[in-house]
Ligand binder design. Structure first.
Ligand code: NAD
Ligand code: WQD
Length: 334
């Protein structure tokens, strides 16, 4: 079975390609390398023994994208390609809507034209907004998003749901990721942030490797056990495994399902910091700052639906996530 992976050289995409190849799937990657590099293909080959077919193509280039469909008999699509920086999306909404919505529509139109009926889409816990009680359950539906990035995920969910209502042959799985962190155990692939990281673990990794002086903790006066924000961190390899399960599910079921992918457990910023200190064997300097605008106190998933429908349960704990992130950071600096 041949899977088209858009954004396949990116952080989550590359780990997913590894898991797909390990499970006997053929992989065709489309990526414009905006936020990744061609060397990832060699790393995937080093891990799996297989080099995926690669097209350096922008999903906004519909003709270029069509070539991928004419040259390959695609059975299913996993759609990762998109921009993901929350703050940047506030400053450049049209850029985000163009890439994340127009790009997606090009892809969905070609899927229709070439009768590709299975789709797994990268959604995000951000679509819950801060309208609901934790743990976030899929049945809550879509909340009030607070930035164009989040709205682009919500709009994609709505578009896919409408497509699926209009075409009973479609099988779509919308995966709402919580906070993916960590790296492959080989240390060969992981997250390489562009510029100053916004996310917690990439920032900690840069403090540990000496690129930044200290971690700024955005607020310690939340209504959480230690006052710092609580999130549902999930190992990127667990998340990648969930995509293989979602593809397997889509083979057997029609319609659209929304499924949370997290561990169901929340960790505070301080807990993550301490787990990372354990992983790297040194103290990590930090300073408490004002709250970051737009942050919520606590976010974690209800994971029952993933267990029931996909038979998916995350395996790796926070210590392992930090150990793998640290190993990747060390290997990067060599
Ligand atoms: P990433 O930036 O590492 O990967 C995205 C890839 O898509 C990159 O390789 C980039 O070059 C490519 N890309 C972007 N625009 C493109 C275009 N127009 N045409 C072709 N390729 C394009 O991001 P990631 O962390 O791997 O995220 C993957 C997906 O998961 C994204 O859709 C993101 O919004 C979503 N997501 C990520 C997180 C997270 O915390 N990392 C959480 C929830 C959802
Ligand atoms: C986690 C916690 C911060 C950085 C974001 C997106 C979301 C999703 C995942 C894509 C919070 C604190 C962080 C720092 C800190 N992405 N923090 N110092 O905000 O939960 O989610 O990434 O879909 O859409 O919004 O993740 O890693 O930025 O923050 O204290 O330097 O760490 O305040 O409590 P977040 P994060």
């Amino acid at each position: 079975m041949k899977i088209l992976v858009t954004g396949g050289t990116g952080y989550i995409g590359s780990h997913t390609c590894v898991e797909l190849l390990k499970n006997g799937y053929e992989v065709v990657i489309v990526d414009n390398l905006y936020n990744s590099s061609v060397e990832i293909l060699d790393k995937i080959e080093k891990i799996t023994g297989i080099k995926p077919v690669f097209y350096q193509t922008d999903i906004l280039d519909k003709e270029g994208l069509e070539k991928v469909f004419t040259e390959n008999k695609i059975d299913a699509v996993i759609h990762f390609a998109g921009y993901k920086a929350v703050g940047e999306s506030v400053a450049k909404p049209l850029t985000y809507y163009e890439n994340n919505i127009s790009g997606s529509i090009n892809l969905y139109q070609l899927m229709k034209k070439y009768c590709v009926n299975s789709l797994v889409f990268s959604s995000s816990a951000t679509v819950y907004g801060d309208d609901f009680e934790v743990p976030f359950k899929e049945e809550y539906g879509l909340g009030t998003t607070t930035n164009p990035y989040g709205t682009s995920k919500k709009m994609n969910e709505m578009i896919i749901t409408d497509m699926s209502k209009a075409d009973p042959e479609l099988s779509c799985v919308l995966l709402r990721y919580f906070n993916p962190i960590g790296a492959h155990e080989s240390g060969l692939i992981g997250e390489i942030p562009n510029g100053i990281p916004n996310n917690l673990v990439p920032y900690i990794a840069q403090v540990v490797s000496g690129q930044r002086g200290f971690l700024r903790i955005w607020g310690n006066d939340y209504d959480t056990p230690d006052g710092t924000g609580v999130r549902d961190y999930i190992h990127v390899v667990d998340l990648a495994r969930a995509h293989v399960k979602a593809i397997d599910y889509a083979k057997e079921h029609k319609g659209t399902e929304v499924i949370n992918i997290g561990t169901g457990k929340g960790y505070s910023v301080m807990e993550v910091l301490h787990a990372y200190e354990k992983a790297c064997g040194k103290k990590i300097p930090y300073q408490i700052m004002e709250r970051r605008p737009g942050d919520i106190a606590t976010c974690y998933a209800d994971t029952e639906k993933a267990e029931k429908l996909l038979n998916f349960k995350a395996e790796y704990n926070i210590d392992r996530m930090c150990e793998d992130s640290y190993r990747f950071t060390v290997m990067q600096s060599k």
